[in-house]
Write a protein that binds this ligand. Structure first.
Ligand code: AHR
Length: 673
């Protein structure tokens, strides 16, 4: 009797499965045929100091223009009383400091007040570490008062918290104090009051939360670093895209200026302050407080591969359309210093502590090497054919020089070239074969494209030459046509595209969404993965898409087809995209399905090689509201992945997942083998 019931149940299940699959999309997954390895570097992060991503963002310094080195030396500062700018300070690269003299009247005060980056965000009850370098030029001692204030309060006292600092002697010294504000405020200011009787010199005035990422004094904002960690990145590209090149050579990112004692790192202009006149930020500079040492350290924290990118001697080619103009680019026969910078960078990262640059790293507290394996040369550079200026191989002739020198000294270092700013077109077509000729290990492709592009390029990588370099999709994002910023719909199309990246993991070894960060009051470019104000942050849907791929990347690609074809939004595939991987560490078969159609779609996923019924873990990312919705600071978890589960069926002898994937949904199925 029991037996009959069991058989009946199975028969009923099978017939239900057959009905369900009658109009279903049947995916065949060769679950016992693990294919190409998925590189550990496959999904990563790309950091650029755009949108106040470093100063005012990840870098937890709360004081803007702490060394008075902005061209407008008092940018960010209000002053009262007798304040004089001086320029013979203790730090060679940052010579300016401020002299605070007594105001010469009982009721007058000398004071400087910093307004931070769009205000200073402080949390009530938390500790903030104030520091400055100071001296009493005439000898003796002086007292400085430090206040965190709320200028907009209707209360009697503006002070949120304060501390006193005793300064003594003619020598420059570092002083610190802890301030504990009594309430939370996102627009505080920092006041430093001069001594009413004694002249005092002050320099490098700094304020950090004590609670930074890993508690480091020159540290990162905890919530933002944690968000990066939680992405489980496999690779970390830094310090950016266009800022690597600079608007001119002078404003390019110079890694050597970004290491060593933080007080002596010179200021750099940030090219994003003036790039878009409709979003203009004249006070956007790079303190280099988040420099190459800190980038390498973060890579170590996150357990991912560092991927620095260096200038190849070309300033931004968009901003300098005539490469023959003198001074715009470094002439090919004068690249030695630039090439030396690249060689020295490898030494800084990997060199023994007895080497010049290895010692700099050791002196900064990291004698062990950072184990650098990859190096990008140039950001979005290109050559010119006759129809487009006829200036010749402007990029590749420089790249060759770098590559020859780097390969000679560091033969195992993997070099990354670029196919320029476009994912197709004359420049891409010109550069792609040249990357192969130059034998770079990978080349960096960029595509900020609209919905249509993302939906129609599901097979982008399936036809690439497998004998050439591997691909690094170094910057990409779906930019909705006529849309304003991040939207659920565009993020879903990114997920669809990523199934194509995953299916082609033999070719694509790295992919990083871009840009990463944006301050809600200071952005120049959107969409972006993570947004924040001075105290809060939220993860966009695009962030979750990246995270879901990274956390479920598996170790090997599994072939997945529908009627023998890859599931890539092809004609007759009803807007479905899919990929599958096996994870040899967890023993899981992982299938990712993206339904980009406005209707639910039935899918029958046959896990060939797996037998019997078993539980399935499901992760779903979808949204019932408007497709233009997105998470926000006020509703940071409006759209987040949701976990659920169900059971596999057995159909045609295979373990089979039968499901109805809702419209506009990204779903991941995980089944133990
Ligand atoms: O991510 C923003 C910019 O886009 C990058 O700086 C550049 O590489 C690309 O053009």
């Amino acid at each position: 009797m029991k037996m009959t019931l069991k058989l009946l149940t199975s028969a009923a299940l099978l017939s239900a499965a057959l009905t369900a699959t009658a109009q279903s999309h049947v995916f065949d997954v060769k679950a016992s045929k693990p294919g190409a390895p998925v590189q550990s570097t496959m999904y990563g992060i790309f950091f650029e100091d755009i949108n106040y991503a470093a100063d005012g963002g990840l870098y937890a310094e709360l004081v803007m223009n702490r060394s008075f080195e902005f061209p407008n030396a008092f940018a960010g500062w209000d002053v009262s009383g007798k304040v004089t700018l001086m320029n013979d300070g203790p730090f060679e690269h940052n010579p300016h400091y401020v002299r605070l003299a007594p105001a010469d009247h009982r009721d007058k005060h000398t004071m400087i007040e910093n307004s931070g980056f769009f205000g200073i965000g402080v949390k009530g009850g938390e500790e903030y570490r104030f520091s400055l370098w100071a001296r009493v030029p005439d000898g003796g001692s002086a007292k400085l008062w430090i206040d965190l204030v709320d200028n907009a309060t209707m209360g009697d006292d503006q002070k949120l918290g304060n501390a006193g600092v005793d300064i003594s002697g003619k020598e420059w010294k570092k002083y610190t104090a802890i301030i504990k504000p009594k309430k939370t405020f996102d627009k505080a200011h920092l006041r430093v009051w001069g001594d009413s009787k004694v002249t005092t010199d002050v320099e490098h005035i700094s304020l950090f939360p004590v609670k930074t990422w890993k508690g480091r004094e020159n540290g990162m904002r905890q919530d933002l670093a944690q968000a990066l960690y939680d992405m489980k990145p496999g690779v970390f590209r830094f310090p950016g895209g266009c800022i690597v090149e600079g608007t001119d050579l002078e404003s390019r990112y110079q890694w050597k200026n970004s290491v060593g004692p933080v007080e002596n790192r010179p200021l750099n202009e940030n090219r994003w302050h003036y790039t878009f006149t409709q979003r203009y930020f004249p006070n956007y500079y790079q303190s280099y407080g988040l420099g190459f040492f800190e980038f390498f350290q973060l890579c170590e924290d996150f357990g991912c591969e560092p991927l620095p990118v260096i200038s190849c001697g070309l300033s931004c080619q968009f901003q300098n359309p005539d490469p023959t103009k003198p001074g715009v680019h470094v002439p090919v026969d004068q690249l030695d210093d630039y090439i030396q910078d690249a060689l020295d960078l490898v030494e800084f990262a990997n060199g023994d502590v007895t080497t010049k640059w290895g010692k700099v790293r050791a002196d900064m507290g990291h004698p062990e090497p950072f184990n650098l394996k990859f190096l990008g040369v140039g950001n979005e550079q290109w050559d010119y054919d006759e129809k487009h200026g006829g200036f010749g191989p402007v990029f590749t002739e420089r790249l060759k020089k770098f590559s020859d020198a780097l390969r000679k000294k560091y033969p195992t270092l993997k070099l990354i070239g670029t196919t320029g700013p476009n994912s197709e077109g004359w420049d891409f077509d010109l550069l792609q074969p040249r990357m192969k000729e130059l034998k770079v290990d990978l080349y960096d492709e960029h595509y900020y494209r609209n919905e249509e592009w993302f939906l129609s390029h599901g097979l982008r990588y399936d036809s690439y030459d497998r004998k050439g370099p591997r691909v690094f999709a170094g910057e990409y994002a779906c930019h909705g046509k006529g849309k304003k910023w991040n939207h659920f719909e565009t993020s879903l199309y990114e997920a669809a595209h990523m199934t194509g990246i995953e299916r082609n993991a033999d070719l694509v070894h790295m992919a990083t969404y871009a840009p990463l960060f944006a301050h809600v009051e200071g952005w120049q470019w959107r969409p972006d993965a993570i947004w924040y104000d001075n105290l809060r942050s939220f993860k966009s849907v695009s962030y979750y898409v990246q995270q879901l791929f990274a956390m479920n990347k598996g170790t090997n690609v599994l072939p997945l087809t529908m009627q023998g074809k890859p599931v890539a939004g092809q004609e007759g595939q009803d807007g479905l995209f899919a990929s599958s991987v096996f994870d040899s560490q967890t023993g899981e078969v992982i299938v990712k399905v993206v339904n980009t159609s406005k209707q639910a779609q039935s899918v029958t996923i046959q896990l060939q090689g797996l037998k019997g019924s078993r539980p399935i873990d499901i992760i779903t990312l979808n949204h019932n509201g408007s497709m233009d919705d997105e998470n926000t600071l006020d509703q940071p978890e409006k759209i987040v992945p949701v976990m659920s589960g169900m059971k596999c069926d057995v159909y045609k002898k295979f373990t089979t997942i039968i499901d109805e994937v809702p419209a506009m949904t990204f779903r991941i199925y995980k089944v133990k083998k």
